[in-house]
Design a protein around this ligand. Sequence first.
Ligand code: ADP
Ligand code: MG
Ligand code: MG
Length: 254
Amino acid sequence: EVILSVRDLSASIDDKQILKKLDLTVKAGEIHAIMGRNGSGKSTFSKVLAGHPSYQVTGGEIEFCGASALDLEPNERALAGIFLAFQYPIEVPGVSNLDFLRTAYNALRKHRGQDELDPFDFEDLVEEKLEVVRMDPSFLERSLNEGFSGGEKKRNEILQMALLEPKLAILDETDSGLDIDALKIVASGVNQLATPDNATVLITHYQRLLNYIEPDYVHVMYEGRIVKSGGKELALELEERGYDWLDVQVSAEA
Ligand code: ADP
Ligand code: MG
Ligand code: MG
């Protein structure tokens, strides 16, 4: 079952072409890692998948679960099952984390033609999900992301994911700024949430996260497209050799 099929995708921001004919196919049950040096377009790709309005798709196709996602608004994509955890999660003072999660969860139920979940039942559900990221329930009463440490923000993203059970989870630099304990908790959350029916795309600059989450495929992004794909051994090769050797290889192929 193909969850995501990206073909010849080109996208720009402020007339600057960032994605250049990018191809990627992700099937159910798979974990894909996208690596690449800074500025290669990884975050742009994740935002274009989520439908960020600042980016213009100038060519190609994004097919999600068999239908084009290009005409869907960002919230429609989220409701359809595309989840993007941002590299820098936003802070929302005055909105409790619990309220935020309940709003997001009930919007999803409504989309599926289900009634809102009773608030008490919702709290039970969230507390169950808290165990995935080993967070304390007191965390739910705090304003969304306000004063959260880097690790808490990332764990909160995984909590959102646990609750919303997306078909496709895109995690952009979820490992950045995490100490080793937080990294392990986040990785264990991702591993627990990966099922044969969903798929995960991990965007990471470093190989470190892949010590804890084993990808089925590793891709290298280079100047706005995927230039090399392989198994998990490719991540180790990149760790060892860096990204410079790709310059030679890509220019030789051009
Ligand atoms: P990565 O996540 O791989 O580090 P990005 O997707 O963040 O890469 O950036 C890819 C390229 O797009 C970079 O050259 C960056 O400077 C450029 N870029 C990103 N956002 C903007 C923007 N708002 N305006 C102009 N250029 C941008
Ligand atoms: Mg970057
Ligand atoms: Mg980035």
